[in-house]
Design a protein around this ligand. Sequence first.
Ligand code: NDP
Ligand code: 8X3
Length: 256
Amino acid sequence: MNLEGRRVLITGASSGIGRACAMRFAQRGANLLLIARRKDRLRELSNVLSVKNGVEVITHGLDVRNRESVVSWLDGLEQPWKSIDILVNNAGLARGLAPLHKGSVEDWEEMIDTNVKGLLYVTREVVGGMISNGHGHVINIGSIAGHEVYPGGNVYCASKFAVTAINRGLAIDTLGTGVRVSSVDPGMVETEFLLVRFHGDDKKAETVYEGLQPLAADDVADAVEYCATRPPHANVREMILMPTAQAAAVHTHRES
Ligand code: NDP
Ligand code: 8X3
């Protein structure tokens, strides 16, 4: 499928996988709606993409946890921007890696509010329009953590298992409407993810990738682009994308 002139909404476009997706879609000539909390980063990216790829970009500083802001921003969009062709639900984060009985309740709430509730708020508002238009594509960024649980993963894994369930449920609910639902579920990807998980402790973050090559954000964006460019009769339902050196969440091969 040709992406030229399509309108693509990407959540969490200020960094990592979301940013890489924005760059891929812009290269394909898609017009972009980019949201995240860090407005300055979005503006910078928007300038680069408009100049380099000649596409139209709307950016908006938005916290997906704030349902009122999500609804009012999406409601207030004017045509043609209101007709979103592709939604990439990417905004998300992990906080901490503590065993459940020692976990921080604030961390839990942040993960559940962002990864599950934020994703739901955005999806609910966008999918209705897609159904009315008779076409659209929701691409969720899940995780290997939505298929396997690992030590200390407890609540983050729960949030990503929820994304797997929402992805599967939405595919059933939109069956026959022309809306496609896909999920790209990566293993380790080198982004700001670990820095966020460890509350800015870069030493801790660095050790996670020691001796192995993780995925790059662009590897995931490549998979998202693949999902988005299938012909209308074909749909990638779920794609698990791992570094070659990672067979499962905790099974890795490291060169010393
Ligand atoms: P990054 O930390 O680099 O990017 C996360 C993005 O999410 C940022 O743009 C951030 O923007 C945005 N975000 C976080 N919270 C909110 C919020 N409340 N409202 C709006 N935007 C928000 O990490 P990744 O690129 O790695 O993460 C992207 C997705 O990929 C996440 O869903 C993550 O769970 C998933 N994932 C990551 C893996 C990895 O190993 N890196 C592996 C598997 C899945 P801002 O802070 O500006 O709001
Ligand atoms: C991110 C991958 O294994 O750190 O979702 O949970 S993992």
